[in-house]
Design a protein around this ligand. Sequence first.
Ligand code: SF4
Length: 312
Amino acid sequence: MSLLDWYDRYGRDLPWRRTRDPYAVWVSEVMLQQTQVATVLPYYERWMARFPTAASLAEAPEEEVMAHWQGLGYYRRCRNLLEGVRRCVANGFPVGHDAWRSMPGVGDYTAAALASILDGEPTPVVDGNVERVYARVCADDSVGDTRRRAARAWAQTLISHERPGDWNQAIMELGATVCRPRNPRCEACPLQSECLAFARGLTDSLPTPKPRPTTVDRTHPVAVWRRADGAVGMVQAQEAEWWAGLWVLPTPSAIGQLIASVTTTVTHHRVVLSAYEGVGEPPTGLRWVTRGELPAVPIPAPFRKLLTKLGF
Ligand code: SF4
């Protein structure tokens, strides 16, 4: 069975595969960056119910858009998507890899996915799934950029020129559901007859694992100021900071009493968020958020957890 035949028969029926609307496919590709399909599905459904068209997203208030992204993390993706969609509503959608690549937040990977799916451009998409399939089929034990380049060259020679978008999705799907990191289902694999790792009994040792970055511990103190009506003082995180654009508790200028803490992970950092009672006068420029307003304000998940712990 060819890869495309396998995909036609066993590919998952996902909502963004039923459309050729560039906006809808773009939303799915951005959500799927660094996030698994099962996690993305409910977010995607909710998002498309609230912002069904590019125009509806473009004219929505940024705060509401960010609130719909809440829980998916990597909020910069959301802000870039919003900015890009606003540009497209004004000027039209890009066509082809290079035009997609010029959109904010669209790197080579996403540009290749969008150009192949929407524009029929035979540009391979290489993610971790594709690299794994490649490393096993070709029994390549290299790592890092060397393996990624080799995987791209391999995919470029194989990609279907008739259905490049489906081919890209098929090879990624194969990696996600059959050629899994552990216990690959070789008995169900359409590439088994040409797979060197299968033939040589190397499926457990390929791809060669890359060394893990060591986790760095960080503490992040924050101050809690409460108003008499129970509102909490918050600030918007700046561009270069973690959680940029979202509302967080401010950094204290003096340390008061420790009242709560939560531990979270940001990239390879293990971060302890420690909340201290605000000391002295609250800083000017705080946004006072009442309990009733909290659910609609875009707040990073660890801060929300901290606020819950604090009784907000
Ligand atoms: S035969 Fe097994 S190891 Fe080889 S590509 Fe298929 S699932 Fe992966």
